[in-house]
Ligand binder design. Sequence first.
Ligand SMILES: *[C@@H]1O[C@H](CO)[C@@H](O)[C@H](O)[C@H]1NC(C)=O
Ligand SMILES: *[C@@H]1O[C@H](CO)[C@@H](O)[C@H](O)[C@H]1NC(C)=O
Length: 205
Amino acid sequence: MRSLILCGFALICVVGGAPQTRADERMTLDVYYESLCPDSRNFLVNQLNPNWPTLSTFTDLRLILFGKATFLPNAEGGWSFECQHGPDECTGNILHACGIKYSPTITQALNFTTCLMDLPKNGELCAELAGLDYAPIDTCQMSIEGQDLVHDHGVETLNLEPTLYFVPWIIYNQVWDFTNQWESLTNLTAVACNNAPANTPVCSV
Ligand SMILES: *[C@@H]1O[C@H](CO)[C@@H](O)[C@H](O)[C@H]1NC(C)=O
Ligand SMILES: *[C@@H]1O[C@H](CO)[C@@H](O)[C@H](O)[C@H]1NC(C)=O
């Protein structure tokens, strides 16, 4: 059900339920996930990527790789990580983050990362399928640049309020909401439309 919105002449809106954007804004969707996490795979493969053609008309999406990992500075001036699903997940997080950075569009980034969820070691193939140049992605993942990217994602993840306790962690319009979190896992478009700007065409069916 759509939230009730009462807007005055000023920029102040009183919103019943989760915060909602105004008609002239886009919704933001921030997805915090891990490269080898089964629940993250389900979300990207079965919800986010297939629904993206609809969502992309009103959504600014960000993909943040870290989840329940930890980091420490390493001797090379970069970062060493420990990840929930082991060392391969840390390598994967870096590959995803580099692919996102070197994707001209978020649609290609999502295509690349979704492909990696089923083919975790196939960066080159997934880049080709997404229409991406693999060379800068590969350079990034093998250097401190990739470590720095995931470190930045990690700092952002560790600063979340409330603290992340499930992966994927899903945030609409900068505010985490319990119902949005859990319903998104099975019913993403409906939840997104509940948080969409007023009169979003694809949501008014
Ligand atoms: C990525 O895009 C290509 C080209 O449009 C398409 O063939 C492929 O199925 C997409 N992959 C995913 C995981 O969406
Ligand atoms: C998805 O959300 C819609 C709209 O809120 C609701 O009518 C529908 O029952 C939900 N489907 C599932 C599987 O939860």
